[in-house]
Design a protein around this ligand. Structure first.
Ligand SMILES: C[S@@+](CC[C@H](N)C(=O)[O-])C[C@H]1O[C@@H](n2cnc3c(N)ncnc32)[C@H](O)[C@@H]1O
Length: 284
């Protein structure tokens, strides 16, 4: 007899916990998400039909997705989407999977952007468009430019802009500032690659499946941050801010770089775990 939904939850959640070291709650949610894709139903249906049995086709589909997850592939790539700042973003192996830690950068950015003004915002390394589109959605009158070096990532960001019906974002392929000429902005945000090339985390968990160019940045992880901090000065309007995310142990060096490059009001802000996660400064 094929397993019921209740049995699938119970048995397969345990298999995910054991194979990937997930906690019980996360494993259960992941099995739910896979079942929702296979059955094309909402979560309430799953919870209210524990006795339902999958037909052979559904069972084969579920097994195929489940085996991918069991082998470590990120759930976001299997589902093809990830929620970020209240919006659903399409993600593919060409894009970083947006992290909830990065929502801090959106919140800080929005504090700098007055509502109902044609504020010019630049997002460097936009990936799926998570930062640029969240900002543009919350500030529909802002003019947001988003760049990435990867054409494949830009295709995904473009698709997200269309799916989310966000029109105030311009997407450009650019090696950081190279395609921007003399353009200036009131605010520059970035979640750049910032992991050291030799960091063991690159060979672990979701990171194994994400684009290396989205993650690693030279021997100390700061190569791209150095380029961004130095380059942003020529692209900020007077009193414009640069805000960027960095690694858990990079805040002090990030502040040093900002001060050395003539930024004022230099600060770092903590994420929900109390870790200094975003630093920024202003060009007067
Ligand atoms: C850490 S990911 C951030 C993606 C997205 N902003 C987010 O927070 O989910 C860094 C992004 O920077 C892009 N990138 C790396 N080097 C770049 C460069 N030289 N110029 C422009 N973008 C670059 C990568 O392709 C990647 O999409």
């Amino acid at each position: 007899m094929p397993p019921s939904l209740a049995e699938t939850f119970r048995n397969d959640s345990k298999r995910l916990e054991a194979a990937l070291g997930l906690d019980a709650g996360s494993a259960r949610i992941e099995v739910q998400c896979l079942l929702q894709v296979v059955l094309q139903v909402n979560r309430a249906h799953l919870l209210t039909h524990p006795e339902q049995i999958l037909n052979a086709e559904q069972q084969a589909h579920f097994t195929a997705l489940f085996e991918r997850r069991l082998s470590g592939e990120p759930i976001a790539y299997i589902l093809g989407e990830r929620e970020f700042y209240g919006l659903n973003f399409r993600v593919t192996p060409a894009t970083l999977i947006p992290r909830s830690d990065t929502e801090l950068l959106v919140e800080l950015a929005l504090q700098h952007i007055p509502p109902r003004s044609a504020f010019r915002v630049l997002d460097l390394g936009t990936g799926s468009g998570a930062l640029a589109l969240s900002i543009a959605h919350a500030r529909p009158e802002a003019e947001v430019t988003a760049v990435d070096a990867s054409p494949e990532a830009l295709d995904v960001a473009r698709e997200n802009a269309q799916r989310l019906n966000i029109a105030n974002v311009r997407l450009l392929q650019s090696d950081w500032f190279s395609a921007l000429g003399g353009e200036r902005y009131d605010l520059i945000v970035s979640n750049p690659p910032y992991i050291a090339e030799g960091d063991a985390h690159l060979a672990q968990g979701d990171l194994r499946f994400e684009p290396r160019a989205a993650l690693a940045s030279g021997a100390d992880g700061l190569d791209d941050i150095r380029r961004i901090v130095a380059g942003a000065k020529q692209h900020l309007n007077a009193d414009g801010w640069l805000l960027f995310e960095h690694g858990y142990d990079q805040a002090e060096r990030a502040r040093e770089l900002l001060r050395q490059n003539g930024y004022s009001g230099v600060f770092s802000a903590c994420d929900l775990s109390g870790i200094e996660r975003v630093s920024g400064g202003m060009i007067s």
